[in-house]
Ligand binder design. Structure first.
Ligand code: HEM
Length: 478
């Protein structure tokens, strides 16, 4: 059956093959013109040249590229029935022995897991974890106090990653991992190997690993085995704890308990394997995304002193003492929230979202056959003067305007759109405000820049991170 997102006269419909786009090489398509770690930029640059609707070739396969936010929104909202995440990613992950979580699940499995994950990440559930969030914030504050006293330069993305790992590991399993103070997180270590391999294999022209295992492929296999073992142990321990303390079922103390309880509901349709898949999915989806967004936001604040001053004023007025932070204070930090929205408009850590058509469809005036691939460019209209005034400027105020002149929320969609929109959004913004408020009430930023003083490069590795940001802090005297 054909799905028509918009319905222009059939005669005017175009095919993907007929669209303009960069000239493909035989067999390899446009891959020789793309660098995996800058792939978002490659496609964004082409969208400036070829317009909001064009084609690229990943190997021999033509792919429809959408950069117009309304078309992107229409495609994202036509899920789960019209589009899915590309099957190649799930295939590569399954083949590695990965256990699919909600991010890669489709159909009935997705619906069941989505329900479970939404329950575990609902704002009221996240509020129950707030004290452990504050204690990780205080740990980062201690580390940065030490750096301020030593006059040492802080590797910003590295420290913020430790923060988000400790937060998510704490929330996910109730484990106090403490990578901030140099502790090791076995699960994290394995995931750092596995993730880039999923991305590398998804773009590979030939699946050589099916015929020949190189040392890196054997290393990958052992990482997957170790990861599964560690997660299975955590689930078994959580089940023993729930059996010994059944009252925890009423008030789960971490995401893993919440997911096990949701999975145990009679009609959940969710198994322990799916719980395991979703534990790793939470880590995967919730760490680099949050820490890189924080890094971009702090960088942009430092480059815009007026906004930095306003954010600090708000924090000192509403949340002056990290040890006494409350969830209500975090919810009241509207300006800091707007800073996060503005940072995500300019530097979305997921700058593109790929889709695969589940049936013959029409997007705009382009026919897309069942199985056809779509590349949604998430940063095009959001930085265009046609849609956002003074689009290149970091101006958090724009997010606070209500009524006339208010931002069109669909121009910038950092958390995606439709039924598969990010379920961790509330938690992510809470973490961002908590760490941002801690920094602003405790320190002055002496410097936050790259070594060359140039805007940081954007490195695409599952999420888009700033390269080489070093920060120096001074203790704030009240
Ligand atoms: C600033 C931080 C974050 C950003 C920018 C972000 C962004 C995104 C985006 C763009 C998607 C895809 C949405 C779509 O396809 O429409 C997504 C999906 C997802 N995110 Fe986040 N995310 C963040 C933090 C988190 C956190 C903290 C968690 C959980 C701990 C999380 C869990 C998930 C999950 C489970 C999905 C898959 C949902 C599904 O397929 O149904 N994310 N996120």
């Amino acid at each position: 059956m054909e799905n028509t997102i918009t319905a222009p006269a059939a005669a005017r419909l175009r095919t993907v093959a007929s669209l303009p786009g960069p000239r493909p090489w035989p067999l390899m398509g446009n891959l020789p013109n793309m660098q995996l770690d800058r792939i978002h930029r490659n496609v964004e640059q082409w969208s400036k040249r070829y317009g909001p609707v064009f084609k690229i070739n990943i190997g021999p396969v033509p792919m429809l590229v959408l950069a117009d936010h309304q078309l992107v929104n229409a495609a994202l909202r036509d899920r789960p029935d019209g589009f899915r995440r590309p099957s190649i990613t799930a295939e590569v992950s399954n083949e590695m022995g990965g256990r699919p979580g909600v991010f890669l699940a489709e159909g009935a499995a997705w619906r069941n897991q989505r329900r479970m994950v939404m329950t575990a990440l609902a704002p009221h559930a996240v509020k129950a974890y707030f004290p452990s969030l504050v204690s990780v914030g205080l740990r980062l504050q201690r580390r940065w106090r030490q750096a301020a006293r030593d006059g040492g330069a802080i590797d910003l993305t590295e420290d913020l990653k430790r923060f988000s790992v400790d937060v998510i590991a704490g929330l996910a399993f109730g484990n106090d991992v403490n990578t901030i103070d140099g502790g090791d997180d076995v699960i994290q270590r394995h995931m750092d190997t596995i993730l880039p391999e999923v991305s590398r294999r998804s773009f590979a022209l030939f699946p050589y690993w099916r015929y020949l295992k190189l040392p890196r492929d054997r290393h990958l296999d052992s990482c997957v085995r170790e990861l599964d073992k560690a997660v299975d142990e955590l689930i078994a321990t959580a089940r023993v704890r729930l059996a010994a303390e059944p009252q925890r079922r009423e008030h789960p103390t971490n995401l893993l308990e919440a997911m096990i309880c949701a999975a145990d509901e009679g009609d959940s349709g969710v198994s322990d394997v799916a719980v395991a898949g979703n534990v790793t999915t939470m880590l995967l989806a919730g760490e680099d995304t949050t820490s890189n967004t924080l890094a971009w936001m702090l960088y942009l604040l430092q480059k815009n002193p007026a906004a930095l001053r306003k954010a600090r004023e708000e924090v000192l007025r509403i949340a002056p003492d990290t040890a006494a932070f409350t969830i209500e204070q975090m919810d009241a930090l509207d300006y800091l929230d707007a800073c996060a929205q503005e940072a995500m408009r300019l530097k979305p850590v997921a700058p593109f979202l790929p889709l695969e058509a589940l049936r013959d469809s029409v997007i705009g005036d382009v026919q897309i056959p069942k199985g056809g691939l779509v590349w949604c460019v998430m940063r095009h209209d959001s930085i265009s003067e046609n849609h956002v005034a003074r689009a290149d400027q970091f101006d958090p105020e724009r997010w606070l305007i209500k009524g006339d002149g208010a931002m069109d929320k669909h121009v910038s969609m950092p958390f995606g759109s439709g039924v598969r929109t990010c379920p961790g959004r509330y938690l992510a913004l809470l973490e961002i405000k908590l760490a941002g408020a801690m920094l602003l009430n405790s320190f002055d930023i002496a410097s936050l820049d790259t070594a060359a003083g140039k805007e940081p490069d954007e490195l695409m590795a599952f999420t888009m991170s700033p390269v080489g940001l070093r920060m120096q802090l001074r203790d704030r005297v009240a």
